[in-house]
Design a protein around this ligand. Structure first.
Ligand SMILES: Cc1cc2nc3c(=O)[nH]c(=O)nc-3n(C[C@H](O)[C@H](O)[C@H](O)COP(=O)(O)OP(=O)(O)OC[C@H]3O[C@@H](n4cnc5c(N)ncnc54)[C@H](O)[C@@H]3O)c2cc1C
Ligand code: FES
Length: 259
């Protein structure tokens, strides 16, 4: 892990609230694995003071580029959306422990995403496609069809995409966890990977546990330092330990976490 000045190659708007930022950062691109994240300083000054945390959405080691998929939710992400091409961003990474592709063996798997929680799962599904070993079903849930439009054209051809919306405006009407519950028996995956809001992942973990399927979650615990120094991201495990999500995670075996 090191600090870099990453050049902004381009920012691609994906609807009103989501953008994909392409950054030049050869060393991170060469070493990052799916599920790892970076800490980004969103402005030159001290407001906001803390770096913002983003999963790496994609990496191109040959070109030395990484991509972040960002949803604008507050001041930091709003500021980030207005940084221009050619400017540099101060980033630290790659951080944390990511997904282990070997958990899926060569069987099928289900990726379950809630909104922009899909970012690390896109990277994971592209890495699986490179290995050409796993059949993956990518289930994505969002409040409305708007977020799904941000994902259009981004899936690789090796995944089967199934969409859900809370309001029924696209695909399955209801939470993505309902969709998972309906289809898990027929897909019979070897493993489930998930990222999104905490209650969603808790429900995914429960479905997986009941079906006896191994499940890995990427916790989006709010982080301050991102490097293990502040203990602000501590999460309780079932064995009684409190661990730092930024160092021991953000990816955990769902059965390890005390929900
Ligand atoms: C490991 C990890 C990976 C992440 N990956 C991505 C990613 O790939 N793309 C992306 O868009 N976002 C990601 N996030 C969430 C992202 O860090 C926050 O959305 C961002 O820090 C908000 O900054 P802000 O200044 O715009 O909003 P703030 O003003 O800080 O907050 C605005 C709103 O966003 C909510 N929020 C803030 N932080 C989080 C968080 N960690 N999780 C959920 N809600 C939050 C707040 O509760 C508040 O309602 C990730 C977070 C973690 C911990
Ligand atoms: S964010 Fe500081 S220890 Fe994890």
């Amino acid at each position: 892990m090191r600090e870099y000045e990453a050049g902004i190659i381009r920012t691609e708007r994906r609807g009103s609230a989501v953008f994909i930022m392409h950054l030049s950062c050869g060393e991170i691109a060469r070493t990052v694995t799916p599920g790892q994240f970076v800490q980004v300083r969103v402005c030159d000054g001290t407001d906001p003071f803390l770096r913002r945390t983003f999963s790496v959405y994609g990496s191109d080691p040959e070109r030395g580029q990484i991509k972040l998929m960002v949803e604008i939710v507050g001041r930091g992400t709003e500021l980030l959306s207005s940084v221009n091409r050619g400017e540099c961003l101060n980033i630290i990474g790659p951080l944390g422990k990511g997904f282990h592709l070997d958990h899926a063996g060569s069987g099928s798997c289900i990726l379950v995403a809630g909104g922009v929680g899909a970012a690390p799962l896109f990277f994971l599904s592209d890495s699986m496609a490179d290995r050409q070993k796993n059949q993956a079903v990518f289930m994505i849930g969002a409040r409305t069809a708007e977020i799904h439009r941000a994902f259009e054209g981004l899936f690789n051809e090796h995944v089967t995409v199934v969409k859900a919306t809370d309001d029924g405006s696209l695909g399955y009407h209801g939470f993505v966890t309902g969709l998972l519950e309906e289809q898990v028996g027929s897909i019979n995956p070897e493993v489930i990977y998930t990222c999104g809001p905490h209650p969603m992942m808790k429900a995914v973990a429960a479905v997986a546990h009941k079906a006896g399927i191994r499940c890995f979650i990427s916790l989006e615990q709010r982080m301050a330092c991102g490097i293990g120094a502040c203990y602000g991201c501590a999460v309780p495990l079932t064995d009684g330990r409190m661990v730092r999500s930024c160092v021991e995670g953000p990816v955990f075996d769902a059965d390890e976490v005390k929900w």
